[in-house]
Design a protein around this ligand. Structure first.
Ligand code: AHG
Ligand code: MN
Ligand code: MN
Ligand code: MN
Length: 336
């Protein structure tokens, strides 16, 4: 059976009622090509010297892995020349990266987590890349981007997606018309549509959280997880399964595929931080995808896509996935 390529899908989105702008189509094609290159390095592992850590720390205070930096460079170089971007921002860069001369600037902003799940790189567990696309403010009229231009609520996103470097290499994408999954044909080097309009079931019996942090959780999260653990004889009346890969992209792809709830909530280890995951290039793109697939995403108090960012690398508490479960754990937060 002939499968639709990413290019054909994007051209059809351009023609459809969503009228995908040509600049966004080009941007997604370029990011997809860069993810192919990252996946190539990931796949070669020790053979290509990409494993292991550097001595440098990123702005997050994390020791950088070689692949964090390699992936970041690949995405920067691929996206500098197209004329569709005004600037880029990344987990691995302190400040924004304006499009350098002699390249022309465009009307979009690209944000990315170039390599998500870095703690899994050296142990050959699936990892990924996450990206998000915003418009420059309407009144920007060609001026250089500033960090403030990136501080838009996630509901303003034009597109979002992730690449998953797993047994299959996949690209999962939304431009606001549902969620579409593409599998890389490694012989041909083409992304082929394999998952149309992915949907997250509203109910689930599978939760994902790092339970080593149990003693540090706030009461609503503790209550929700304890009830899951109480199983059939408990208040939930059913047994739950638990999964935690520690690569957000991988945990969320499982949820996109068969449902579940993913939680990385505030905990008392670093009480001054709202959570571990970053709002602009992890929580927002994933929340856009999850909502487009019929799921829900909150920070315990409000919809993640409505959070007004205050800083490029700010963190947020993340509760997302099957709608009915996210609504329940969010209701527990309201009860206190
Ligand atoms: P990154 O590798 O981009 O820094 O992100 C890692 C994140 C996320 O992918 C994952 O869900 C979470 O860290 C795992 O955290 P723990 O190791 O604390 O479980
Ligand atoms: Mn990450
Ligand atoms: Mn990362
Ligand atoms: Mn990191």
């Amino acid at each position: 059976m002939k499968r639709k390529s990413l290019t054909q899908f994007l051209i059809e989105q351009q023609r459809s009622e969503c009228a995908l702008p040509a600049d966004v189509r080009l941007l997604i094609e370029v990011v997809a090509r860069a993810c192919k290159a990252i996946g190539h390095h990931v796949g070669k592992g020790a053979l290509s010297g990409v494993l292991g850590s550097l001595t440098t720390e990123n702005v997050q205070g994390e020791v950088q892995k070689k692949l964090d930096v390699i992936s970041n460079e690949i995405l920067l170089e691929a996206n500098e020349w197209g004329g569709n971007l005004s600037a880029m921002a990344s987990e691995e860069m302190d400040t924004i990266h304006p499009i350098p001369n002699p390249y022309p600037r465009g009307g979009y902003l690209l944000l990315f987590d170039p390599l998500d799940g870095s703690s899994n790189i050296d142990v050959n567990v699936s990892i990924g890349t996450i990206f998000s696309v915003l418009r420059m403010p309407a009144d920007a009229d060609g001026r250089e981007a500033t960090e403030a231009d990136f501080l838009q609520p996630g509901r303003q996103q034009v597109a979002a997606g992730y690449a998953l470097y797993g047994p299959q290499t996949m690209l999962v994408l939304t431009v606001g018309t549902g969620v579409y999954g593409f599998t890389l044909d490694r012989e041909m080097g083409s992304w082929l549509l394999t998952h149309e309009r992915m949907q997250i079931p509203a109910d689930t019996a599978e939760f994902a959280i790092n339970t080593s942090n149990t003693r540090h959780w706030a009461p609503p999260v503790r209550r929700y997880v304890d009830e899951c653990l109480a199983g059939k004889t408990g208040p939930r009346g059913k047994d739950f399964n638990m999964r935690w890969v520690a690569s957000m992209v991988t945990d969320i792809h499982r949820i996109m595929t068969r449902g579940g709830i993913f939680m990385y909530p505030w905990d008392a280890r670093e009480p001054g931080k709202p959570g571990k995951l970053r709002l602009l290039y992890e929580a927002n793109p994933m929340s856009f995808l999850v909502e487009q697939a019929g799921g829900a995403a909150t920070n315990g108090q409000q919809r993640i896509l409505d959070v007004q960012p205050q800083g490029l690398h700010e963190r947020v508490s993340v509760l997302l996935g099957s709608k009915n479960e996210v609504e329940l754990v969010t209701a527990y937060h309201a009860e206190g």
